[in-house]
Ligand binder design. Sequence first.
Ligand code: SF4
Length: 235
Amino acid sequence: MRTLEKEQVIQPLTVKVSRRSLLKALGYREKMELTPNVDEIIREVLEEGGDFLHPRGIFSLFPVEKVNDSEIILPGGVKLQTPRIARTLFQAELLAVFLITIGPELEREADRLSEAGHLAQALILDTYGSESAEAAVGDLNLRIDRLAQEEKRRTSFRFSPGYCDWDIQDQKKIFSLIPGEKIGVNLSSSLMMIPKKSVSSIIGIGPRGSQKNARHYPPPCPDCPQRFQCLNRRQ
Ligand code: SF4
């Protein structure tokens, strides 16, 4: 599978947030009764929240020079230091590095609602924004999976700096590889992405090996000491 000559911008990404996923993200369990007021706000946010979304993404494919027990080494000596993820990506030939954002508009509207004292609306809209960013990163993930499958390659699950044992400091390396400003995303000195509803990730791409029908490499979760508390666990 070839690398890309240039990073690709995808705009718009497909984002769909269901009532069920929004309720779950807000902490409601199935069959819990909502007050009429909350029910009304949720209905409004699901109907109109999309007006504040401008989901876009950017990705590039880099050849993996080497993977050892603790790091993934890319051209130019860029080393992503994460033993747990490196062990999962030991067969990777390429690394897809990507960023997505839903843009700043939803965040501004949630801040405006909060300042005006509409705290429930602000919270529900903000949660809808987080679910939208999750849906946008899922869409770009799927596009990268399809690209790899067309070339008879397999992908890993996606991983982001700050998760598993990957130090958030490596966010700087992600931004050195991908021009976030092309989709309006910048990294602050405290390593926060601006706009906040943005996600950076990597996916390993490599041969299918003996499991020809498997679409994904197994995740590192079964051996992970944090697996019992981790909300991102894959298996
Ligand atoms: S259980 Fe959680 S921390 Fe551990 S490898 Fe899986 S996603 Fe990462």
